[in-house]
Design a protein around this ligand. Structure first.
Ligand code: COA
Length: 171
């Protein structure tokens, strides 16, 4: 395999990321519930990574702060995660996941949620969000997953919602 590098997503990567997301999720991707949840806050730059091969962007991952339940407890929503179709099945997605989750743990985020296919995320350590009492309006419970990054921090309960913008609290 050509050499794979995982590095921080740069502002100049934006057009390549948008093109990859259009390719992978389709041009109507902004109608998804994950986009609605991400609308309240920009993605965390420190948790955004690109996968590059020979300097070319072939994958990306981002995480965005969201609110949980009535109290609006802080948590992350992981995504979008995308890998160029012809380079799938070579560990690029897992490498991106490891890097962004390590960064979130190091930054002190206690909980990560995501919407996606259980078969991909369960082997990476995600469990059903339903088991900790968290749901996403319009999404079947089977597609909503959770990971605790800080074992001593009980998961907040309730519905995931867009976070009110508060740049001072974002990392
Ligand atoms: C999901 C995705 C990011 C995985 O990237 P990748 O680089 O192919 O993943 P990896 O090579 O790290 O892992 C491959 C493993 O995951 C499995 N896998 C990949 N996509 C899967 C899916 N949608 N459901 C279940 N398993 C999946 C493969 O079968 C393979 O398993 P194996 O190692 O036991 O053979 C990529 O397929 C993609 O961009 N998909 C479309 C967008 C998407 O669904 N993103 C996630 C939702 S936000």
């Amino acid at each position: 395999m050509r050499s794979l590098q995982i590095s921080p997503l740069e502002f100049s990567d934006r057009p390549a990321v948008e093109a990859l997301l259009d390719l992978v999720f389709g041009p109507d991707r902004r109608g998804k519930s994950s986009y609605r949840l991400r609308a309240g806050s920009p993605p965390c730059p420190a948790l955004s990574f690109a996968a590059r091969m020979d300097g070319r962007l072939v994958g990306s991952v981002q995480q965005t702060p969201v609110a949980v339940g009535e109290e609006g407890a802080r948590a992350l929503l992981l995504g979008p995660l995308a890998v160029e179709p012809e380079l799938r099945g070579r560990g690029v997605g897992r490498a991106l996941m490891r890097r962004t989750l390590d960064a979130a743990r190091a930054a002190g985020w206690p909980h990560v949620f995501l919407i996606g296919e259980r078969d991909y995320y369960a082997p990476l350590g995600f469990g059903p969000a339903e088991a900790v009492g968290v749901s996403v309006a319009g999404e079947p419970a089977a597609r909503v997953h959770h990971m605790t990054l800080a074992p001593d921090s009980p998961a907040p309960r309730g519905e995931l919602r867009p976070r009110q913008p508060d740049p001072a609290r974002q990392r």
